[in-house]
Design a protein around this ligand. Structure first.
Ligand code: VGL
Ligand code: ZN
Length: 213
């Protein structure tokens, strides 16, 4: 029912944070994270408009529990009035953990967007930083090339994919989430199911990547 016929100008593929630290052996490994690489590699040739995001933090980033003495991993705190979950150190700029999964075929991407690079501000969404108002520029690129329909894959379902999808819908894009090409951290437990429910309610479509091509 949700089968989509691709249009190379109108459609864009957005691959979120498919980096070593979110895959097996990484500091914030997402269960099954590696498994999304193959379906994404398979569909990359179907798109002309491709953007990859990279979580890209300075070593003293506000989202790292290590920067919050007395606090524990996965605590929820406020930083400058913005809610912040405290993560293990991850995706430090230039580190191996911040590099793309080694099997991911990144050559055909037009845009590699790095986010979360400000020490005091996190950025889950590919469109706006966590102050919910500072744009990353991705919307400008997509509009500039005339892309209006997004196919979203990557990590993690309940954080960076979630906020990216919600912002894309709010910005007026038609959004299809590639359900076999996302994985969740599920912190706190139940967060993944809640995120899926919210994305559906906000009118994101969910399709299997195997229906493409
Ligand atoms: C992410 C937690 C912290 C993600 C990034 O890519 O979903 N999650 N930083
Ligand atoms: Zn991060």
């Amino acid at each position: 029912m949700n089968n989509a016929v691709l249009d190379r100008k109108r459609d864009a593929l957005l691959v979120v944070d498919l980096q070593n630290d979110f895959c097996a052996g990484g500091s914030l490994a997402v269960e099954g994270g590696d498994q999304v690489v193959a379906p994404i590699n398979r569909i990359l040739p179907l798109f002309d408009n491709i953007a990859f995001t990279q979580d890209w933090h300075p070593a003293d980033h506000v989202s790292f529990a290590s920067a919050w003495p007395g606090r524990s991993l996965y605590d929820s705190v406020e930083a400058d009035g913005i809610p912040q979950v405290l993560w293990p150190d991850h995706c430090v700029q230039g580190s191996r953990g911040a590099a793309f999964h080694q099997s991911l075929e990144t050559d055909r991407a037009s845009v590699i967007l790095r986010k979360g690079a400000r020490a005091r501000l996190d950025s889950y969404s590919a469109f706006f930083e966590n102050d919910r108002s500072t744009p990353t520029g991705l919307d400008g690129w997509l509009r500039g090339i005339g892309a209006s329909e997004l196919y979203v894959a990557g990590l993690a379902t309940d954080f960076c994919v979630f906020f990216t999808v919600l912002d894309a819908l709010r910005l007026g894009y038609k959004v299809r989430v590639l359900e076999d090409a996302i994985r969740a951290v599920d912190i706190p437990p139940g967060g993944a199911a809640r995120a899926l429910g919210t994305m559906r309610r906000e009118r994101a479509a969910f399709i299997d990547s195997r229906t493409l091509g």
